[in-house]
Write a protein that binds this ligand. Structure first.
Ligand code: AMP
Ligand code: GLY
Length: 423
């Protein structure tokens, strides 16, 4: 099969590696890809929102399956564009990707189908949102309705902060049109877990659980980022919780989407909060998580193309999804100063040390090739993943492996996976 992967971050590198492992993969292309993906696929200089160029490329190169990684093109309808041109594509169509694309849609869906989530209200004008705040309980959570590069969620501890937040989202349009509507919701406490699943429109199969570390600094301090590291499985995600989620959250979400005429085929990522009252949905994503994919996919035993085919064809019920009985930890190596201001273009050394090292992976995110070799080109630079027989071993393996690579302003959290000690 000829495969085209759309995207160019650590998640797409993890997908590309899994595809490269498939017996059925022949030629793999990635648009736009990055320096690491370039080692296993042919990178194509087309951006993820250039739908016409991507479709034209896929037709010209006899692509048998296009795999769309990031949220923007999914929510924008890239899978629809591929399908209209007769190209098989993995990922939800636009009408289903709205599950991630609109927080108001997803909250209303959960309310209608009694899927557990935080209490909320939707607002389309700033004045009503501001007056609602007068009687709201603090802390309170503000969410821009649309995609906002993962930055559209504000947790406000004071009324002033919340009022400013409403102004930023709805009046100053800090997140652009994503702020035409907003959700204000109850603040929940508990442990967060990410559960990635495959769906074929009616059947849902659960991948191994994971936990992300979103803040930039140790002990969850500093600004929110795209994710500074992950571990899988989560020891807090017990069988009992899984059974509850299957019955009350996962299958009901797939059924709800089907009932709404928005059949979901692809990956649903459930962001859950395990509260004292039980698991509740924080958010849905319509794609693999980044850096969740970097710890989940290396542990998956199935041929990824078989599973993706089954999602597209509606035959997922016949697939037995299997994961290794071990653990993985991913530590993100970022540019010092991320997510605000940082320098780029620094030479990365030591990448060759990962070659043929079983159970160790160096997934590239912000890297590119230059005349000086591979250099940094973004905030999150590399995701170093290591497997181990358990989480403790995986954690020490990952922290050893990050010493193999270096670049000038290398920054990482020292406490990725430390929470496992509390399990
Ligand atoms: P989201 O993009 O909706 O996942 O939100 C980003 C992060 O904000 C989540 O991973 C949580 O850490 C936090 N968050 C979102 N909603 C809530 C909530 N209702 N209560 C507490 N924390 C939240
Ligand atoms: N790691 C969180 C996300 O991919 O949205």
């Amino acid at each position: 099969m000829n495969i085209l992967i759309v995207g160019g971050g650590g998640r797409e590198h993890a997908i590309a590696r899994a595809v490269a492992d498939s017996k059925r993969a022949d030629k793999i292309y990635c648009a736009p890809g990055n320096a690491g993906i370039g080692e296993i696929a042919e990178c194509v200089d087309i951006k993820v929102m250039e739908f016409d160029r991507l479709v034209k490329f896929a037709k010209k190169h006899d692509i048998d399956m296009a795999i769309v990684g990031p949220d923007d093109p999914l929510v924008g309808g890239l899978v629809d564009s591929f399908k209209e041109a007769g190209i098989r594509a993995f990922g939800p169509e636009k009408k289903a990707a709205i599950l991630e694309g609109s927080k108001a849609f997803s909250k209303d869906l959960m309310k209608k189908y009694s899927i557990p989530t935080a209490e909320y209200e939707v607002f389309t004008d700033a004045a009503s949102a501001l007056s609602y705040l007068d009687n709201a309980k603090l802390p309170i959570v503000l969410k821009a309705d649309g995609l906002a590069l993962g930055k559209g969620v504000l947790i406000c501890n004071t009324l002033d902060e919340a009022r400013n937040g409403v102004k930023e989202i709805m009046l100053d349009k800090k997140f652009g049109n994503a702020g035409n509507k907003m959700v204000i919701e109850e603040y929940m406490t508990g442990r967060e877990v990410s559960v990635l699943t495959f769906c074929d429109g009616k059947t849902i199969k659960i991948m191994s659980s994971a936990q992300d570390h979103k803040r930039a600094g140790d002990n969850d301090t500093g600004l929110n980022t795209g994710g500074m590291g992950t571990f899988s499985p989560s020891p807090f995600y017990t069988k009992k919780i899984n059974d509850f989620c299957k019955k009350n959250i996962f299958q009901p979400t797939v059924d709800a989407m089907k009932a709404e005429g928005r059949e979901f085929k692809g990956v649903i990522f459930f962001g859950l909060m395990i509260t004292e009252e039980g698991p509740k949905v924080l958010e849905f994503n319509a794609r693999f998580g980044d850096p969740e994919a970097q710890v989940v996919l290396p542990r998956m035993k199935n041929d990824i193309l078989d599973v993706m085919d089954a999602c597209i064809d509606g035959t997922l019920g016949k697939v037995k999804l299997e994961f290794e009985d071990n653990a993985a930890v991913c530590v993100v190596l970022a540019s010092e100063g991320y997510p605000v201001k940082y320098t780029k273009g620094h030479v990365i050394t030591g990448l060759e040390r990962f070659k043929d090292k079983e159970g160790y992976y160096c997934f590239h995110a912000g890297t590119k090739k230059s005349t000086k070799g591979v250099v940094t080109s973004g905030g999150r630079v590399l995701g170093v993943t290591a497997k181990g027989e358990d989480l403790h071993k995986a954690r020490s393996n990952a922290y050893e492996a990050i010493t193999w690579v270096d670049f000038e302003n290398k920054y990482f959290r020292r406490d990725i996976g430390k929470a496992i000690d509390e399990a």
